[in-house]
Write a protein that binds this ligand. Structure first.
Ligand code: HEC
Length: 155
């Protein structure tokens, strides 16, 4: 009897969580699911190939990637950058592409309290005030792959 009671308590504790996940509507149609293995995402999002030049532009664009708000990037002529995150020069020598992918997609899989935004986090898990942003990722799958292609050149 005690066992059943505990089981019911556990189930009740889980209910609010499932409510949050399904309460904000479903996933957008073009959202590609991704899988984490060994702290990495092996497959490119939606099977897309990234573009290095576009990736550099997105990474340094304050309205899109905004990576410069927290990271130094080795782009000539850029003097203002944040130091909340580690400099990204040489990142491809430190991390494999699949490891970089998980860090850009949703780094909370590695560090649950990270302040870095999950740029392709499941939008149902993103708490946002504005109705118009619901169900959207911070970057598109193509933009994420572009940024990764750029980071891959930083050896
Ligand atoms: C709000 C600040 C913030 C923004 C914006 C941000 N990051 Fe980060 N990032 C961090 C922090 C802090 C870390 C250190 C690890 C942690 O705390 O999660 C990190 C870690 C990383 C790492 C792993 C670095 C290493 O040496 O292990 C990569 C790669 C990375 N970020 C890429 C990016 C890219 C690409 C962008 C832009 C698309 C970006 N970050 C935007 C804060 C940020």
């Amino acid at each position: 009897m005690q066992l059943h009671k505990n089981l019911i308590l556990v189930l009740m504790a889980c209910l609010p969580l499932t409510g949050v996940a399904s309460g904000q509507g479903g996933l957008p149609e073009d959202y590609c699911r991704w899988e984490v293995e060994d702290y990495a995402i092996a497959e490119p999002l939606c099977g897309l190939a990234g573009d290095v030049q576009r990736g550099q532009e997105i990474a340094s664009d304050g309205n899109r990637g905004n990576c410069l708000a927290c990271h130094q990037l080795p782009i000539p002529g850029i003097e203002a950058y944040g130091t909340i995150g580690p400099p990204l020069a040489g990142i491809a020598a430190r991390l494999s592409v699949p490891m970089i992918r998980l860090r850009v997609v949703d780094t909370r899989n590695i560090n649950p309290v990270s302040i870095m935004p999950g740029f392709y986090r499941d939008p149902r898990l993103i708490n946002r005030p504005g109705e118009e942003y619901r169900g959207r990722t911070f970057l598109t799958a193509q933009q994420v792959e572009d940024v990764i292609a750029y980071l891959t050149t930083l050896k």
